[in-house]
Design a protein around this ligand. Sequence first.
Ligand SMILES: [Ca+2]
Ligand SMILES: [Ca+2]
Length: 417
Amino acid sequence: MSKIWIMVLITILTINCVSAGMVSLTYDDGNVDDAVWIDGQRGHGVVFTAPTDNWSLAQVAIFGKLVAPSKSEMFVIEVWDQNLSLLYKTTDKASAYFGDNLTWSLVDLPDVKVSGDFLIAFFEFAGVWQGVDTSPSSGRSILAARNPNRILNWSVQNRTQNQTNWMIQAVGHSPEPDITISVLSDTASEKSPAKIKAKTTDPDGNLKSATEYVVDNKTREIVWSEVVEMTGSSAEAEFSWPAVAFRISANGQDEGVIFAINNLGFMANLSRLLAYSAPCILELDKNVNFTAEAYFGEDGQFNALIDSYGFSHYLSQDVLNITKPGIDYEKFVKNNITIIKDTSTIGFINMMVPARQDEPASKIIGPIVLSGSPSSHYDLKLLRSNAGMGEYIAIVKVEDQAFNVLSDIGDKAIKVK
Ligand SMILES: [Ca+2]
Ligand SMILES: [Ca+2]
């Protein structure tokens, strides 16, 4: 459970293990399951997509350890463009980067400019165990060979390509956005919401969104979040917060504050039904866990549950009426809904912004046993309740299309009386 948790957190807070200003492109789940070396002149290759044109690839991270005794002292890393032409090559001693334990090693590159798809190939000549994540793969991990540069047919002992993710990451950077926020109105109530203004700029003009978080200064819980779209090289947004908190109720009982956020980009006729989403952990049956998103309508009704692989475990009749009009809902329920009544559970996430590093950043609300039925929306409801009296802090995070993230904290606290 704890590993899944961490993944959910990473998605929300975009914590990177790399230094400030750097972005890490990764297609593995971060948890190593196996390690392999490959023979001969073959290399482990991963096809990456640059987040923006002329992205500066500054480092290659490889999860590995030395093979002892090693057949080869040297390794080669090559960066190829989408035509498999060499952009950069580096050769070094394996023992200078890898040791006896499986861990991430960073190899510096001199800011190689990449655009579109590019390939990183790691030729270890049977000198390094390459870490493998065996979760369903993105199909981006391949076998590479040189002279001429090519992608080989897949052939690795005991490993299929659709369950192999070489643990190789591309670390790089591009111009970052900037943000300043100001609290225009620092008392909040339903009638007179607090107002927070965010001003953002981005030197290379690929702004994407700004997200406001309202944090209870006492419990450090994120009680409210709202995201707005942004584009171009400068944008402003004004958030208003009517002193409300997202909470979840199950079977008519209030279970507590959860992390939820409004959704952008659904078709107009679905946006009302899928207005909000909340990250959650779905346990269908013992030890069958998924990270997922629960979707709620503007009225708080639970309308969809979609796991991180894109598989939907539940859709409400209202959603189905729009996505597949004319389909018999009872039949659909029988054939498509995977939730097992009175057995499956759902855990929501209460996110915190800890005041100190040793304090927890989240806890699970639940697990809640799903004892309702699809037609009763499993008796789950997203509530927008009054936030309790006290002080709240506004944080706004800006993101650009190249995965850069920056945030700013409100200059004064917001009071709810
Ligand atoms: Ca894994
Ligand atoms: Ca940018």
